[in-house]
Design a protein around this ligand. Structure first.
Ligand code: UDP
Ligand code: MG
Length: 304
């Protein structure tokens, strides 16, 4: 049995040595490969990784030509992996390596194809971020067919068939949490307490998370498009009722010129709805456009 460990890294020169030290405590007695995917780091991540590689020939390093995002790094790592088991793990020790043994043990059971982890608390995270995260999970789970567990991390160990299934999904806009759920398979959920990152800073800005949320919804649901149809139908119905009302009013009471304010209100309301719906259509169109270009998800500059 061989374990492939995939670690996406963006500017993790500080965290990487801690990570490796902690990780090696739990994998020294098994056959493994550690795939460090450098996602276009601007600091000395590659140098630090190379230093680790001098000591440990089981380390492989893929270095991207620029920052392509964590999803791209995950994809590259999965493609590179050759183990019967593959685990995705962050470099900042927020995904505790001490769980690895337990995950392997659970997967010895035929019944399970993967072990996913989720945080029981979001302690140590800004409350506003937790609030929006919760909101996001509630929203997306209403909109998509499969379920995503709130607080689920990308920290997950999978058997080979599941990895192959994930690699068959060739979309450009990848939302791993959705993909894991979409491919199915039997998943065991392992919980753990949230841990603060060991060094360095989170790579997520609020804006970045917002875009990630929109990506997730658009990638797995076309419900927002239906919103256009429904909104259009409702507005048309009101328009029709209003038309009848005005016609009757003109017939029975005459029509002295008035109603400028209501005209402005209706025009601006309709204008707003139209722009919103155009925007929604645009979101899907833009992604379709990116998909049909068939651009690679990432470019590997160098392998070590
Ligand atoms: N990461 C990456 N590319 C990116 C952003 C993040 O490879 O564009 C890596 C990062 O180095 C870390 C992991 O993804 O190993 C998770 O990132 P981070 O800790 O910033 O996210 P958080 O834990 O705050 O959600
Ligand atoms: Mg982190």
């Amino acid at each position: 049995m061989k374990l492939s460990i995939v670690t996406p890294c963006l500017n993790e020169e500080e965290a990487l040595p801690f990570f490796y030290k902690e990780l090696s405590r739990y994998i020294s007695d098994i056959d493994y490969e550690l795939i460090i995917v450098d996602d276009g780091s601007k600091d000395d991540t590659v140098k630090v990784a190379l230093k680790l590689k001098e000591e440990d020939p089981n380390i492989k390093i893929l270095s991207f030509s620029r920052n392509f995002g964590k999803e791209a790094a995950i994809l590259a790592g999965l493609r590179e992996s050759s183990g019967d088991l593959v685990v995705l793990i962050d470099a900042d020790l927020q995904d505790p390596p001490r769980l690895l043994k337990e995950m392997i043990k659970i997967l010895e059971d035929e019944k399970y194809d993967s072990v996913a982890t989720y945080r029981v608390s979001r302690k140590g995270e800004p409350p506003i971020r937790s609030f929006f995260a919760r909101l996001f999970y509630r929203l997306i789970n209403k909109m998509i067919d499969v379920q995503i567990v709130d607080g689920a991390r990308d920290y997950r160990m999978m058997k080979r068939p599941m990895v192959d299934a994930i690699l068959k999904m060739s979309e450009y806009h990848r939302f791993s949490k959705g993909i894991f759920a979409w491919v199915g398979f039997e998943t065991y959920y392992l919980e753990f307490e949230n841990v603060k990152r060991v060094a360095g800073e989170t790579k997520w800005s609020f804006w970045g998370l917002f875009k990630y949320a929109i990506d997730g919804i658009v990638a797995f649901s076309t419900l927002p498009l239906r919103f256009a149809t429904i909104a259009g139908a409702i507005v048309s119905l009101f328009g029709f009722i209003y038309m009848v009302f005005i016609a009757l009013k003109a017939i029975f009471f005459g029509d002295p010129v008035q109603g400028y304010p209501s005209l402005i209100v209706i025009i601006s309301l309709l204008g707003g709805i139209q722009l919103l719906i155009l925007g929604i259509i645009g979101e899907y169109l833009a992604r379709t456009y990116m998909e049909v270009k068939h651009r690679p998800n990432y470019i590997i500059k160098k392998r070590y």
